[in-house]
Ligand binder design. Structure first.
Ligand code: ATP
Length: 364
C-alpha cells in the first residue's frame, strides 16, 4: 500500500499543492517554518482524521479559510483507491473512500496504517501510560478486527459504571454492568497480550541492531493484578471505587513496561538511545503488520537527523525501507539524509513558504 498522489488545499501554510510520491523513500527539505511538517501532518490527517501536533483540528485549517481539503490516490493490492477528506471550521468532517461517504473514522485508519516518528517521540517512554496504551492499541487494532469493537464496549461500560459509582449505586446494581465489563475486558486483554508477545519476537532482532550492547526487556501490564480474576478485583475494590467515583483497575490502566536490567529505560539510556528504542518499537510494529496481514505501513519521520549520528541515521533509514513501507522524511538540509544513503531518494521535494517544488535528488 502506498500513497501515489496527494492534493493539499488550505492546510496550515500550504494554500494549494499537488504532490506525486514514490512507493519508497520521499524526502521533504526546506528551512524552518517552510511547511515540511505540515505535509506529514496532512498525510496523517488524511489517515486519522486528526493531527499529531494539535488536538484542536481547526488549528490546521489555513488562517483565513473556512475549510481544508485533502485528496489522495492510494495504490493497494486490490487496486487504486481514491480518498478525500474535507474538514470545516464548524467541526463537520466529510470523508469519502471511492466517492462513498465513510460513517466511522476508524475506517480511515484501517485503510492507511500510519506510524509517526518525531523528535518528541521518545516521550512515549516516560509520559503517562496513555501513550504506551495507544502504541499497543495501534497494533491490536490493525492485527485483530475484533479489537476496535470490543475496546469500544469496555470504554462505554466503564463510563456508565463510573457514572453509577458517582451516584453511590449499590454493589447489586453494578453486578449486571460488571459481568459485561469482565467479558469485554478479558477479550481486550487477550488481544493486547497476544499482540505484545508477537511484537516482542520481532523487536528483539531490531533492538540488537539499534542498541547492540543493551538488553531491553518489554512486558505488558494488563491493568490489574495478573493472578486475580478481574471479576474478583471489581468486587473487592467496590468501596474504594465508590469513594473515588471511578473504576480504579482494568484495561483502561494497561501499560507497557520497558526496562534495562532493573532500571526503567529512561534512567538507563541516553536521549539518542531512547530515540533509537522508539524507532525500533515503531519499526517492529510495521514489520509485524506486514507479517501478520501483509499490509505495509506509511512512516512519517519528522526531522530525522535530530539527535542521531550518521551511522544511526543510515541504520534507521535502511530498517525503515526493509519493512517495505512508504517513508516520508523531513530535514532542513537534504545532504543530512542523502549522505546516509547508498543511492539518492526516489523522490525529493523542496518547501518554501508553503510552496512545494520537486527536486532532482541525483544533482546533490
Ligand atoms: N493554520 C495555519 N494557517 C497558516 N499558516 C499556519 C497555520 N498553522 C501554522 N502555520 C504556519 O505554517 C508554517 C509551517 O510550519 P511547519 O511546522 O510545517 O514547518 P517546518 O518546515 O516543519 O518547520 P521546522 O523545520 O521548524 O520544524 C509555520 O510558519 C506556521 O507559522
Amino acid at each position: 500500500m502506498s500513497l501515489t498522489q496527494l492534493n493539499i488545499h488550505q492546510f496550515r501554510n500550504i494554500h494549494s499543492a499537488r504532490l506525486q510520491f514514490d512507493a519508497g523513500l520521499n524526502l521533504i527539505c526546506g528551512e524552518n517554518g517552510s511547511g515540511k511538517t505540515s505535509v506529514l501532518e496532512a498525510i496523517y490527517f488524511l489517515g486519522m482524521g486528526r493531527s499529531f501536533r494539535s488536538h484542536l483540528s481547526q488549528r490546521v485549517i489555513q488562517f483565513d479559510a473556512n475549510e481544508l481539503t485533502l485528496f489522495a490516490e492510494l495504490n493497494q493490492p486490490e487496486g487504486n483507491m481514491k480518498l478525500g477528506l474535507r474538514r470545516y471550521r464548524s467541526g463537520d468532517i466529510d470523508v469519502r473512500l471511492q466517492g462513498e461517504k465513510l460513517k466511522r473514522l476508524s475506517e480511515l485508519a484501517e485503510t492507511l496504517p500510519i506510524q509517526v516518528i518525531t523528535p518528541e517521540s521518545f516521550s512515549l517512554l516516560f509520559e503517562g501510560p496513555k501513550a504506551r496504551r495507544q502504541f499497543i492499541d495501534w497494533g491490536a487494532f490493525h492485527s485483530d478486527h475484533q479489537f476496535h469493537g470490543v475496546w469500544g464496549n469496555v470504554r462505554r461500560i466503564l463510563k456508565q459504571r463510573n457514572q453509577l459509582l458517582k451516584q453511590q449505586a449499590s454493589q447489586d446494581t453494578l453486578k449486571v454492568w460488571d459481568a459485561e465489563l469482565v467479558r469485554y475486558t478479558e477479550a481486550v486483554t487477550e488481544i493486547r497480550s497476544h499482540y505484545v508477545d508477537s511484537l516482542n519476537a520481532v523487536l528483539t532482532g531490531i533492538i540488537d541492531k539499534f542498541l547492540p550492547q543493551v538488553e531491553v526487556k518489554i512486558s505488558f501490564t494488563q491493568g490489574w493484578d495478573k493472578k486475580t480474576p478481574y471479576a474478583t478485583v471489581l468486587y473487592s475494590q467496590y468501596q474504594r471505587d465508590l469513594a473515588a467515583g471511578h473504576t480504579s483497575s482494568g484495561a483502561h490502566k494497561a501499560d507497557l513496561r520497558l526496562r534495562v536490567g532493573n532500571l526503567p529505560v529512561q534512567d538507563a539510556l541516553s536521549r539518542g538511545q531512547l530515540k533509537l528504542l522508539v524507532c525500533a518499537l515503531r519499526i517492529a510494529q510495521g514489520k509485524l503488520l506486514k507479517q501478520q496481514i501483509d499490509k505495509s505501513s506509511v512512516y512519517l519521520v519528522d526531522d530525522l537527523p535530530s539527535e542521531l549520528d550518521s551511522k544511526h541515521r543510515q541504520l534507521l533509514l535502511s530498517q525503515l525501507l526493509e519493512t517495505e513501507a512508504q517513508v516520508f522524511v523531513t530535514a532542513i538540509e537534504p545532504t543530512a539524509i542523502t549522505d546516509s544513503l547508498h543511492s539518492p531518494p526516489a523522490q525529493m521535494f523542496h518547501m518554501e513558504q508553503g510552496n512545494v517544488t520537486v527536486k532532482d535528488a541525483t544533482s546533490l
